[in-house]
Ligand binder design. Structure first.
Ligand code: THU
Length: 130
């Protein structure tokens, strides 16, 4: 993982709006276009109807015109590594390839690197839809 992606995930965490959980999370994606897209978790009073940092970053990536996640870094201030939630695993899978690198980080750097098959084994897949 590049320093740029790690720094982007950390920087993104500073934008977390997490007054209810007080659990800031940051994510940064490098898309197939080479650009870095950042996201933080964003909550609201009807907690848990907020959304995760990964979700924000994916939205940024799509709106930036990229369609594939080359690599994604996730960091949470209060955990040595933050495994993406179930919903985010499915969302990441939608835009991942078998080569996508998923980096779980702490404040120093990468603590664990996973593929999407490791993060979401036996994923929901069908050719009936779409
Ligand atoms: N959260 C994320 O942003 N990403 C994850 O992978 C796990 C959880 C957020 C959701 C919520 O705002 C807070 O962390 C506590 O669950």
């Amino acid at each position: 993982m590049t320093d740029e992606l790690f720094k982007a995930a950390k920087d993104a965490m500073a934008f977390a709006y997490a007054p209810y959980s007080k659990f800031p999370v940051g994510a940064a994606i490098r898309g197939e276009d080479g650009k870095v897209y950042k996201g933080a978790n964003i909550e609201n009073l009807a907690f848990p109807q907020g959304w995760c940092a990964e979700c924000t970053a994916i939205g940024q990536m799509i709106m930036g015109g990229a369609k594939k996640i080359v690599e994604i870094a996730v960091i949470a201030e209060k955990l040595p590594l933050c495994p993406p939630c179930g919903g985010c695993r499915q969302k990441i899978a939608e835009f991942a390839t078998r080569d996508t690198c998923i980096y779980l980080c702490d404040e120093v750097g990468v603590q664990k690197t996973l593929t999407i098959d490791e993060l979401l084994p036996f994923a929901f897949e069908t050719e009936v839809i779409g």
